[in-house]
Design a protein around this ligand. Sequence first.
Ligand code: 5AD
Ligand code: SF4
Length: 541
Amino acid sequence: MGKSFDIGLERLTGTGVPRIGETQDGGVKPPLHNAGRQEAGATLVASFEEKNRTLKGAGCGTHDSEGSTFYLETFGCQMNDHDSEKVAGLLLARGYRQVDGPEAAKVILYNTCSIREKAAQKVFSRLGELRPADEQDGKSFNTEDTEREHRVHRDGRVLEKNHPSQRKIVNAGGGKIIGVLGCVAQQEGEGIFERAPWVSLVCGSASYRKLPQLIAELEAGNRRVTGLDTDTDETFETEITRRDNPWRAYLTIIEGCDKACSYCVVPFTRGPERSRASASILEEVRRLAEAGYSEVQLLGQTVNSYADPSARKMRFSELLAAVAEVRGIRRVRFTTSHPRDFGKDIVEAIEAHPTLCDHVHLPVQSGSTAVLRAMARTYSREEYLEKIGLMKAARRPISITTDMIVGFPGETEKDFEATLALLDEVQYDSVFAFKYSPRPNTPSLKMADAIPEEEKGRRLAILMDRQREIQRVRNERTVGETFEVLVDGKSRRENQWSGHTSSNRVLNFTSPEQELLGDYVQVKVVSAMPNSLVGEMVGRA
Ligand code: 5AD
Ligand code: SF4
């Protein structure tokens, strides 16, 4: 597939956290990013096309749309990234070819995120770039990328996952199909057609199975098509997934969210919780291991609320143990966990299975019980700290990371101080921090005592400073220690490599070896920064 399968380095540096500020717990792939490797000027030499071919198997021979091309750009969390891997798999199986820019594509798809206002704005900025020359409807589009995520993460993740800041305006004429997928699609629905009449397809994540059919309808002459149901009990499984990372495979085990945090759009955009049967998950993990993936990451907005729909009724902790025991799998990650469903059994599973990584992402959102109540998070500060206590008492150290929101309506200076004190108490290894962003349909939209933007910014800066210092000290303590690292980046500079530890720290290191990508090696830490470690290879794992 040539260039279209090149993976940007940033796609390999994701952690278990929801991303670009979009976590899993909100997903977020979480918000996926990178820093340490960028520092090292790393480039990626990927050899995973072969694996993709293996995984695709015979199924991709259906050439319904032979010759057609698609461009797919993804915003937001790891869930979105993985959904895009599956969407790409679906289209490739139908004979489409993926291209790396909208100019050359017949079908242009944006898989969108709406967790915060700025993330949602991004797609309209992209759509503005596609406005046909003859569209004179006077609507204004912001074509600037204004999104700036604020987080202190040891990955030092990049802000802009897919694209450089200089962007071309593409004229969408010439019979291109332009589609909006994901959370903005679900949230704005047909309103997107009003705002950007050159869009012809709007499809939420619960309807992706219908995508090929929707595209076929457009090709048959329909002007506009939508897939916006969320009342499905299906999960989005496909035979073929075009995986971006040659060593780490993502697997969604639960979709949607039944929690009702008062600030969050996810229950609206991704629908109710639907879990995938344990046997089907384990079968896929076995296939992935056979295809050469050594790390799997189990995904869900609230991954530990997993409820096996099959007669086997595996608990989440049992599923973790079963995945950990699959031959060939060396690392198992999971994200994002909700504190309410986080119990001792999960910690015991981690203790019993070294294959389960020693990292838990447990979003707290606030250190104040009053704010937590207003957020409808279902736990108090003390109850959250009990869960932290379970991990701190574990037989091996577990790295803990979190998400926090500052400036929630009514958050007093005292509440904010309680959040800062929580940082000191828990000693997180990484924190994703966000300014509260009012979202459509959410209960917190109507809450009194909104905090001014400027004050939110002040609190965010204070929180990040405090956390940066905590990470500096914590990382410095690792100097002299040796960690097992999965090597996933190679620098342009000679002998420079990078990888992740089981605790998901980024470790940049030197080694004279010629080929290490995808290998597990032992690296001794020689110096530390707040967001990454520097070391030298001392042996093979
Ligand atoms: N404003 C700010 N941050 C939010 N998050 C979710 N909704 C909002 C919002 N309305 C954050 C939470 C969640 C992460 C994925 O995004 O911290 O854990
Ligand atoms: Fe996470 Fe709460 Fe949003 Fe569900 S509603 S995705 S638990 S923040």
